[in-house]
Design a protein around this ligand. Structure first.
Ligand code: ADP
Ligand code: MG
Length: 316
């Protein structure tokens, strides 16, 4: 079976090296191109009922997350979001639903001063596609392919909380009300790290947002950069909710492989003073180091560890 990455590579990736205005095409969190004096950025994400959210998900959460995941791709590039379009497919036109959906969408849009430029509305199974556009300083782009040997690998926030909330909604685990209330917003309302991405731009060598699990997403940086990494399982930042809900080994496994956290993973030269400065406002955790030797090696008490499941992939 073809994976989503095989499909993109085999059927949709063409040689575009003859177009010097394209700074980054297929293969990163967003596309970047030069238009006269402006460097422009675009990314698009589709949100499907039953796939990305449950049929009973609140319209305000659906709207929030559909926009937040695009903002997260901008965060991973160090880009400034400015404009968006919305393609909406609805099974039926329910005023209450549309009121809640649009209010939530515009509340988040306002936080970033985003303008809705247009879109498309059709009838069918519920699906939301948002294309986000914006600008970037072309000298400070955070790409996946620029990790250097010796770089330190950091992640922001805590990992695995959204994965825990998902298991709870799937009725795979039981959580206390207190823990459920703490982790459900992590799944439904991811906080895109746009300001952090902008702060890292010009300092970090490579970055990605963690949408499909740390192991897989860091893997994308390693593949694109032709490098490897050693990371320490014990260093992964785990929330109190996660460690009180699960035994250590299950908590670590979620942190490594569960998706939907939308935190940033980035690589930065050793001892960049920016880390100390940013640590006043952000939780930043050093988890490992970039190596010449390819592959991702996960260490646990001195032993090599293999994750029980790979990260999220469509068609698998
Ligand atoms: P992300 O998780 O950051 O949204 P994806 O893993 O979905 O990124 O996509 C990987 C890369 O492939 C991105 O550069 C994306 O723009 C590109 N891509 C995905 N689907 C298609 C498609 N159907 N046609 C062209 N490019 C695609
Ligand atoms: Mg991304």
């Amino acid at each position: 079976m073809l994976s989503e990455f095989d499909i993109i590579k085999q059927y949709f990736t063409r040689d575009i090296t003859a177009y010097p205005e394209i700074i980054q095409g297929i293969g990163d969190d967003a596309a970047i191109w030069q238009q006269k004096d402006s460097t422009l950025v675009a990314s698009v994400d589709t949100f499907l009922e039953g796939k990305h959210f449950f049929p009973d998900c609140a319209p305000e959460d659906i709207a929030y997350k559909a926009l937040a995941v695009n903002l997260s791709d901008f965060a991973a590039m160090g880009a400034i979001p400015r404009w968006f379009t919305l393609a909406l497919t609805l099974p039926e036109a329910k005023p209450d639903w549309l009121e809640s959906f649009s209010n939530s969408l515009f509340t988040l849009a306002k936080q970033y001063d985003l303008i809705l430029l247009g879109g498309d509305t059709t009838q069918g199974p519920l699906s939301i596609t948002i294309q986000l556009m914006g600008t970037i300083d072309k000298n400070k782009i955070l790409l996946r392919n620029s990790a250097k040997v010796g770089d330190q690998i950091y992640v922001s926030g805590t990992l695995g909380d959204a994965g825990l909330a998902l298991q709870y909604l799937q009725k795979k685990i039981i959580l206390s009300d207190q823990i459920a209330q703490a982790v459900l917003p992590k799944l439904h309302r991811p906080q895109a790290q746009v300001e952090l991405g902008l702060a890292l731009a010009g300092h970090a060598h490579a970055a990605i947002d963690i949408s499909d699990g740390l192991a897989q997403d860091l893997g994308h940086i390693l593949t694109a950069s032709h490098k490897g990494a050693d990371i320490d399982l014990e260093k992964l930042p785990l929330s109190e909710s996660l460690t009180s809900a699960l035994v250590r080994k299950d908590a670590e496994s979620l942190a490594l492989t569960a998706g939907d956290d939308y935190q940033l993973c980035f690589t930065i030269p050793q001892n960049d003073p920016l880390i100390t400065q940013l640590s006043k406002s952000y939780q930043l955790t050093l988890i490992g180091e970039i190596t010449e030797k390819p592959g991702l090696r996960i260490h646990q008490h001195g032993e090599l560890y293999t994750p029980p499941i790979p990260g999220w992939q469509h068609f698998n």
